[in-house]
Design a protein around this ligand. Structure first.
Ligand SMILES: Nc1nc2c(ncn2[C@@H]2O[C@H](COP(=O)(O)OP(=O)(O)OP(=O)(O)O)[C@@H](O)[C@H]2O)c(=O)[nH]1
Ligand SMILES: [Mg+2]
Length: 372
C-alpha cells in the first residue's frame, strides 16, 4: 500500500516545517531560527518521506499577498505544484496561544478558495504547534487539549466543527520523544472522511474559487480604472453640454457615440473578467448605468431632428392653405400686375415665418439637449 501523503499549509511562521520534522522524526525541512515573519517570495513546496509517510511542506499557501513579496497568482502556482501528486490529508498548522484573528480567518478562506470549499471538511486536520506553551498555560488546572478544543467559541469553533474536531497538539521543541511519538501516532491514525486522495482533478474542479480570489486581489485596480472611466464619461458629457450651441445635433451625437463606445468596451472587459463570479457586479452596474444614460441621450438627439422637420412641413402646408383661404374670401382680382406683387408679399411673409420657426426650433433643441 502507498504511504499516505500529508500536505502542510498555514500562515507564515506557524511551525509548519517543524511539524513536518516532528512527523518525520528527523530534521528534513529548514525551520526559521525565530518566529519572525520574513518578507521573501514563497518557495516551491518541498517533499520528504520516511518509511511510513510522505510530507509536503509549503511556505506560502494560506498567506495573503500583503504579507508576502508574492501575489495570489504565485501562491496558486505553488498550490498547483503541491496538489499535482495529490495528498491524503491537509494539515493546517496553527500556533497555539495566538488569537484567531480576521487575518487567520482570511487565510483559512484563502486555502478553501484555492483547494475547494470542502477541503477542510473532507481532508482537513488541524495541528497546533507550541504544545509546550499549552502545557505552561494548563499546568495549574490540568485541562486536556481535547477539552480545550471543545471549549473554543467563535470562528475557530466553526473551523473545529468543519474538521469534525480532528485536532492534534504538537510540541516540536520538546525533548520528550515519548510524547512526540504519541502526537505523531494520533495524527497518523486520524482518517479524514474522504478516503479518496485529493487529486489534480479536485484541484481543477476548484478553479472557480481561484478565479474569484484573483479577481478579489485585482478588485482595487479594476475599481480605479472604472472610476477613471466614469469620471471621463461625466467630464465629456459636461464639456459637450457646455458647447452644444456651437455643435450641430449630428456632431453632438457622433461625439457622444465615441464616449459610449469607450464605456461599452470597458463594460465588456469587466464582464469578461468577472466570468459569472459576481465579484465585479458593483462596477458593472455603475458602467451599465452610464451607458444607458448615454444611449438614451443619443436616441433623444436622433429623434429630435425628424420630429421637428415634420412639424415645420405641417406648419408650412397650413400656412399656404390659410393664405389661399384669405385670398379667395377677399376675391382679389388675379390680373397680370397684381400677381408678382402678391408673390413678393408671400415670399416676405414666408421668410419671416421661416425665421421665426427656426428661432423657435433652436430654442426647443437646446432644451432637449439639457433634458436628455
Ligand atoms: N517553542 C516552540 N517553538 C516552535 C514550535 N514549533 C515551531 N517552533 C518555532 O517556531 C519558529 C517557526 O517555525 P517554522 O517551522 O520554521 O515555521 P513555518 O511555518 O515553517 O515558517 P515558514 O516556512 O516561514 O512559513 C521556529 O523558530 C521554530 O523553532 C513548538 O512546538 N514550540
Ligand atoms: Mg517552513
Amino acid at each position: 500500500m502507498d504511504k499516505p501523503t500529508f500536505l502542510l499549509v498555514g500562515r507564515q511562521g506557524q511551525g509548519k516545517s517543524s511539524v513536518g520534522n516532528t512527523i518525520l522524526q528527523t530534521k528534513r525541512f529548514a525551520t526559521k531560527t525565530t518566529g519572525a515573519v520574513a518578507s521573501v517570495p514563497a518557495a516551491s513546496p518541498e517533499r520528504a518521506d520516511n518509511d511510513r509517510v510522505v510530507v509536503v511542506d509549503t511556505t506560502g499557501i494560506g498567506d495573503s499577498g500583503s504579507d508576502r513579496a508574492g501575489d495570489v497568482q504565485s501562491v496558486i502556482q505553488l498550490a498547483n505544484e503541491a496538489s499535482v501528486c495529490g495528498f491524503d490529508a491537509m494539515i493546517y498548522v496553527l500556533k497555539y496561544g495566538v488569537r484567531f484573528t480576521k487575518q487567520e480567518k482570511d487565510a483559512v478562506q484563502m486555502v478553501k478558495s484555492i483547494f475547494g470549499e470542502n477541503v477542510f471538511r473532507d481532508w482537513g486536520i488541524l495541528v497546533f504547534s507550541y504544545g509546550d506553551n499549552f502545557d505552561l498555560d494548563t499546568e495549574d488546572d490540568g485541562m486536556t487539549f481535547e477539552d480545550w478544543c471543545q471549549e473554543q467559541t467563535g470562528d475557530i469553533k466553526t473551523l473545529f466543527e468543519e474538521v469534525d474536531y480532528r485536532c492534534v497538539l504538537f510540541d516540536n521543541r520538546g525533548k520528550n520523544t515519548a510524547r512526540q511519538d504519541q502526537e505523531r501516532d494520533k495524527l497518523l491514525k486520524l482518517k479524514p472522511p474522504r478516503l479518496q486522495r485529493y487529486s489534480d482533478e479536485d484541484f481543477q474542479a476548484a478553479s472557480a474559487g481561484r478565479e474569484k480570489l484573483i479577481l478579489l486581489e485585482n478588485f482595487q485596480s479594476l475599481k480605479k480604472e472604472t472610476d477613471d472611466l466614469l469620471r471621463y464619461v461625466d467630464q465629456r458629457r459636461e464639456t459637450l453640454r457646455r458647447n452644444d450651441q456651437r455643435l450641430s445635433n449630428d456632431d453632438l451625437t457622433k461625439q457622444l457615440e465615441v464616449v459610449l463606445q469607450q464605456a461599452k468596451q470597458h463594460y465588456d472587459r469587466l464582464l469578461d473578467k468577472d466570468r459569472g463570479t459576481k465579484v465585479l457586479r458593483e462596477l458593472l452596474d455603475q458602467v451599465r448605468l452610464r451607458t444607458i444614460g448615454l444611449g438614451s441621450r443619443i436616441d433623444h438627439l436622433r429623434l429630435a431632428i425628424p420630429v421637428r422637420r415634420n412639424d415645420m412641413s405641417l406648419i408650412a402646408v397650413l400656412f399656404w392653405y390659410l393664405i389661399g383661404l384669405i385670398l379667395s374670401s377677399c376675391k382679389i382680382p388675379f390680373n397680370y400686375c397684381l400677381k408678382p406683387a402678391i408673390y413678393f408679399i408671400y415670399g416676405i411673409i414666408a421668410r419671416c415665418l421661416q425665421y421665426f420657426y427656426n428661432a423657435l426650433g433652436r430654442h426647443q433643441r437646446r432644451r432637449e439637449k439639457y433634458t436628455a
